[in-house]
Design a protein around this ligand. Structure first.
Ligand SMILES: Nc1ncnc2c1ncn2[C@@H]1O[C@H](COP(=O)(O)OP(=O)(O)OP(=O)(O)O)[C@@H](O)[C@H]1O
Ligand SMILES: [Mg+2]
Length: 236
């Protein structure tokens, strides 16, 4: 579904991604794991058109999207949930969802309403708080809203950047449970996580990034067993 070929990305003199290739098949959860600064967020930002690569190709559903602007890439069906839960703090929960559905509202009101119900079924807490100002939600609830917004945008592929960041263990479990559920409903997911253990548990395949390069890749289940992965990312 997605193919990244020999991608190079620089921020001025800093080479953040140094010739990375990866692929994501339809229906998979693929995890990108690696230390702080390894380049994980940069990969997602480049796929979604927020950062331009120096070289390399990004192919989505057989078409080259490397030089498309970000809004066109969303229209093709790639929805990015960035690090740090970008939501509209001054709008209510419901208004945040409505805004995410804005483009679809006119031609597919029924579908949008069904999607709101779907989001509220996945995250009952959001339903209880639909009128609450999003900025006053807890961190975990804001993360749920960010994922809810992505669902309502109706992509075919979701790029999730650190969905568990800063959450209490119980909420981390909750978020990962929902990611599994979203996969079951047919979504393809590229997941960036510091929480390598949790990510590998739910992923089909994974890539381990080190200073802009993939140093390991394979079935998530196999990577979980690997000595070097356990030592470096799973705390032994
Ligand atoms: N806008 C920017 N300008 C300059 N350098 C940047 C910029 N964004 C990222 N970098 C650098 O690129 C490298 C990769 O950053 P990136 O955010 O992709 O890492 P990451 O793997 O997502 O890290 P983390 O786990 O801390 O989120 C880092 O060295 C970072 O300092
Ligand atoms: Mg990051």
């Amino acid at each position: 579904m997605l193919q990244v070929d020999n991608l190079r990305v620089s921020y001025g003199p800093i080479q953040a991604i140094k010739g990375l290739s990866l692929s994501v098949n339809r229906g998979e959860i693929v995890a990108l794991i690696g230390a702080n600064g390894a380049g994980k967020s940069t990969v997602l930002r480049t796929i979604s058109g927020l950062v331009r690569p120096v070289s390399g190709k990004i192919i989505f559903l057989g078409e080259d999207i490397t030089s498309l602007p970000a809004n066109k890439i969303v229209q093709r069906g790639i929805v990015h949930v960035p690090e740090g839960r970008r939501i509209f703090a001054n709008l209510s929960v419901m208004e945040n969802l409505e805004l995410a559905a804005f483009l679809r509202m006119r031609r597919d009101r029924k579908g949008v309403v069904a999607d709101f119900e779907r989001v509220f079924a996945l995250f009952p807490r959001l339903k209880e708080r639909s009128k609450q100002r999003a900025g006053t939600l807890s961190g975990g609830e804001q993360q749920m809203l960010a994922i809810g917004r992505a669902l309502v945008t109706r992509g075919q592929m979701m790029l999730l950047d650190e969905p568990s960041m800063g959450l209490a263990p119980i909420l981390v479990q909750e978020i990962f449970r929902v990611i599994m559920e979203i996969k079951k409903q047919g979504m393809t997911i590229l997941l960036v996580e510091q929480n390598a253990f949790a990510a590998l548990k739910i992923a089909d395949r994974a890539y381990v990034l080190q200073t802009g390069e993939a140093v390991l890749q394979g079935e998530a289940r196999e990577l979980l067993q690997k000595e070097e992965v356990r030592k470096a990312y799973l705390g032994g």
